[in-house]
Design a protein around this ligand. Structure first.
Ligand code: HEC
Ligand code: HEC
Length: 380
């Protein structure tokens, strides 16, 4: 039976149709065209991935020398054991600050065309630079970080071998980190194996969840393709971060970001919630919109949404079942969300399907980091 035909049926009719299908025909049924297995990561021509570059990038990812105080490495907020993000609603921030958004996983970030919750960075190379320098993240200064790398004999050697640098160039540090991140991908989840033809890769509950995902629950309208993201921006009505009501440091960071991103005085005083995409476009129509995230690896990345306001996948499914939420930006909320009327069994199937988008945890120990040494005193 043709999937298109199945899609046009109600769920009761699907159940009935499935009962009369011989198992083999169900098992080898077409895969939904709006979803796809994940292919190999890109290796851009201007920064091709090589094993030596990846090895260097891995060290730098874990090395606090790429920050202001020498201690805030990328891995501080992208903890390998915590889904390669930070387990709080809002990420840890540079000492003396908190962050103002939920930390995102690095796994599969190689595939996005725009990075960050509101898509403010175009490449992993550019993203790494803004992370190392950002006031609430690494708070580093390029010249100082470069000097710190220059005092590490092993880095001098590795930058020379990989990039031909006489002295380590900090831009190449960001290139190496990006190359490392392009290896942090997961292309063999149960979902991928199913999409490539292995019918036994998904449980029956997960297969029903997949039907809901592309059908009744409407998730694939936005979460589609191999990444399970159309990379567009929507306001779902995710409620404002609750810490902004009563946490002075969180309020200070939020004000600082408004100011740093150049909103008008009037908006600086009035905005009480993260305007998201508005920061980039300065169009009121973009208030509260965020990039559709990939749903891969979410088994390990709770809490969810740009401000971590939903604690679990079960909370996320309940949120969509209610038709999304309410925030300060009611006028820009997407009309693609409507109450879904899912029953408990359907919710459980949908969650089971979401879990099939993650394989095993990707674990990694911090590599041994090379030590700094003073340069030889000049001869006179
Ligand atoms: C102080 C915590 C912190 C540090 C340090 C930090 N990050 Fe992040 N990272 C975050 C947060 C929070 C976000 C989401 C921020 C946003 O969207 O505005 C993020 C987002 C990202 C993303 C975007 C993922 C996506 O799905 O778009 C990448 C990639 C990333 N970080 C890599 C790095 C790298 C590389 C470093 C080191 C150079 C680093 N981060 C250092 C907290 C941190
Ligand atoms: C209108 C487009 C749209 C539809 C339809 C949609 N989503 Fe989303 N989804 C988004 C956006 C945008 C975000 C991020 C919103 C934010 O942070 O404010 C998101 C976030 C999520 C997250 C959190 C991921 C993370 O890393 O924090 C999960 C899980 C999720 N969606 C699952 C689903 C499921 C399941 C459905 C169907 C019931 C669904 N989505 C339907 C656009 C959509």
């Amino acid at each position: 039976m043709d999937m298109q035909f199945i899609k046009t049926l109600g769920s009761a009719a699907i159940a009935a149709a499935i009962m009369i299908l011989p198992t083999s025909s169900l098992a080898s049924g077409d895969r939904p065209a709006m979803l796809a297995p994940l292919g190999p990561p890109p290796s851009p021509v201007d920064n091709p991935t090589t094993p030596e570059k990846v090895e260097l990038g891995k060290m730098l990812f874990f090395d606090g020398r790429l920050s202001g105080n020498g201690a805030m490495s990328c891995a501080t907020c992208h903890l390998p054991d915590e889904g390669w993000d930070f387990p709080d609603k809002i990420s840890l921030g540079y000492p003396g600050t908190v962050h103002w958004r939920n930390s995102q996983t690095i796994i599969n970030s190689a595939y996005y065309k725009k990075l960050f919750w509101a898509g403010s960075s175009k490449s992993l190379e550019g993203q790494a630079r803004s992370a190392a320098r950002g006031g609430v993240a690494g708070n580093g200064e390029d010249d100082m970080m470069e000097a710190k790398l220059a005092f590490v004999p092993e880095y001098r050697k590795r930058f020379r071998d990989v990039f031909g640098d006489i002295w380590p160039n900090v831009r190449n540090a960001y290139r190496a980190i990006a190359a490392f991140e392009r290896t942090l991908v997961q292309t063999d989840t149960p979902f991928d194996n199913y999409m490539r033809g292995d019918d036994s890769a998904l449980t029956n509950a997960q297969k029903s969840g997949l039907q809901l995902f592309t059908g009744k629950a409407g998730c694939a309208v936005c979460h589609n393709g191999a990444l399970l993201s159309n990379e567009k921006y929507y306001n779902l009505g995710v409620p404002a971060y609750d810490g902004w009501n009563d946490d002075a440091l969180a309020q200070i960071t939020f004000r600082f970001e408004l100011y740093a991103k150049g909103v008008t005085e009037d908006k600086y005083r009035k905005l009480k919630d993260d305007p998201g995409l508005y920061f980039r476009t300065k169009q009121v129509a973009d208030y509260g919109k965020f990039r559709v995230p990939s749903l891969r690896y979410t088994k390990y990345t709770a809490p969810f949404m740009h401000n971590g306001m939903l604690a679990s996948l079960s909370d996320v499914v309940d949120f969509y079942d209610r038709g999304g939420g309410e925030n300060d930006f009611a006028e820009t909320k997407t009309n693609l969300l409507k109450p879904l009327g899912l029953n408990e069994a359907e919710k459980a199937d949908l969650i089971a399907f979401l879990e099939s988008l993650s394989g095993e945890r990707i674990v990694m120990d911090q590599p041994d980091l090379p030590s700094s040494e003073p340069l030889p005193a000049p001869n006179n």
